[in-house]
Design a protein around this ligand. Structure first.
Ligand SMILES: [Ca+2]
Ligand SMILES: [Ca+2]
Length: 431
């Protein structure tokens, strides 16, 4: 409702002062106006009701009229405001069009100026490029000028030198004249020498050919000589071979006769071998029989000798018999006792026999058949064989010429005086 107040309509506000309360009611009942028609029917239906009701209806009609008047006034005000605005806008738009035209003209002028400026810029850039090119050319020209100056100085120096050379050249031309005369003389001499040289070269070539011919001929000669020597050797060899052939043919004849003889002999030998093999088989059979008979006889003999040994008081072991004395004699008598019975003092050849002697003697000291009576220090057995290694007591032998006969006792062998009396052992072999 304040928007209406801002429209500056004083006449309207003055007219309204009188009826403030009514106006308020009117504004309060603006909305229900629409329902006015509806209510009329109800009012008409109730028109003939009480007097209080008729007064209320009058008030409502007045207020509705006042509202209608207000609306009309408002419409008028709005129209005037619209007209004023239209006039204002029109004047403004005319001003804008004029200003737009002025701006367009300005714009066209500015575009023209910009075009001129652009052309000026292009011209200036072209001029600048040309100036830059000129600058580069200028620098090149200054460099070239420097080089030319140096060239000029060099050329002046060369000119001075050439002048000096020219003076020399005049002297040289004179010398050249003299030299030319010398050269002509020398060429003549050279031509003569060349002729001589050509002759000389021909001679050297001929000499070379002759030398090669000579070397070839000497080689051929050497080869021929070799062939000749070979030939003589071959003839000699042929003679020897012929003699050999004759010898060989003779030998072949002899060999053939030998072969025939040998074949005959072989045949005879074969027949003989056949006979001999038959005889051998017979003999082998006989041998087997004989071996059997011999073994039987041996066995019988051993048994007989064993029984004989046992009867006499000797000890028999296979084909050997022993006797350990029960009395004492010196070495010579002891040996004699043995030899009288077909035996001799015992010979000990190895450790087994040594152990056997120790066992049968029962550790007693007994003479054995070892002595150095013939040559001092040279020990011999009773069968004449020399002692190679023995079973000496570590302290023995130590008797030199005083002790020449050997005793066996528990520590081993010892040399004793042969005249001492001890037990002894005889040994014999059954035959
Ligand atoms: Ca001795
Ligand atoms: Ca001794």
């Amino acid at each position: 409702m304040s928007s209406y107040g801002n429209m500056n309509i004083p006449s309207f506000t003055h007219g309204m002062d009188r009826e403030d309360e009514e106006e308020m009611n009117i504004y309060a009942n603006v909305d229900p106006i629409n329902s006015f028609g509806v209510r009329t029917e109800t009012e008409n239906s109730k028109r003939h009701q009480t007097p209080q009701h008729t007064e209320i209806a009058c008030v409502k009609i007045r207020s509705s009229r006042a509202a209608a008047v207000c609306l009309v006034l408002l419409c008028v005000l709005l129209l005037t405001a619209v007209i004023v605005l239209g006039v204002y806008i029109h004047t403004k738009s005319t001003n804008y069009t004029e200003e737009g035209a002025q701006l367009l003209t300005k714009n066209t002028n500015l575009t023209e100026e910009r075009g001129q400026l652009l052309t000026n810029i292009t011209n200036l850039t072209e001029e600048r490029d040309q100036l830059l090119k000129l600058l580069t050319k200028n620098t090149n020209l200054t460099e070239e000028r420097g080089q030319l100056l140096t060239n000029i100085t060099n050329l002046t120096e060369e000119r001075d030198q050439l002048l000096k050379l020219l003076t020399k050249n005049t002297n040289l031309t004179e010398e050249r004249g003299q030299l030319l005369t010398n050269i002509t003389n020398l060429t003549e001499e050279r031509d003569q020498l060349l002729k001589l040289l050509t002759k000389n070269t021909n001679l050297t070539e001929e000499r070379g050919q002759l030398l090669t011919n000579i070397t070839n001929l000497t080689e051929e000669r050497d080869q021929l000589l070799k062939l000749l020597t070979k030939n003589t050797n071959l003839t000699e060899e042929r003679g020897q071979l012929l003699t050999n052939i004759t010898n060989l043919t003779e030998e072949r004849g002899q060999l053939l006769t030998n072969i025939t003889n040998l074949t005959e002999e072989r045949d005879q030998l074969l027949t003989k071998t056949i006979q001999l093999t038959k005889e051998r088989d017979v003999l082998s059979l006989n041998k087997c029989d004989l071996i059997k008979q011999r073994d039987q006889l041996k066995q019988e003999k051993n048994e007989q000798s064993k029984s004989l040994c046992e009867k006499v008081g000797w000890t028999c072991y296979e084909s050997i018999y022993y006797y350990v004395s029960s009395e004492v004699k010196n070495w010579t008598e002891s040996r004699r006792y043995c030899t009288d019975r077909g035996a001799d003092l015992i010979i000990i050849n190895n450790k087994a026999e040594q152990d056997f002697v120790k066992r049968i003697s029962g550790g007693a000291a007994v003479w054995i058949g070892l002595t150095d009576s013939d040559v001092e220090g040279t020990w011999k057995w009773v069968d004449g064989s020399r002692l190679t290694s023995g079973f000496w007591d570590p302290r023995e032998p130590n008797g030199d010429r005083r002790e020449n006969c050997v005793l066996n006792y528990s520590p081993g062998w010892a040399d004793y005086p042969c005249d001492d009396t001890h037990y002894w052992i005889c040994m014999g072999i059954l035959k």
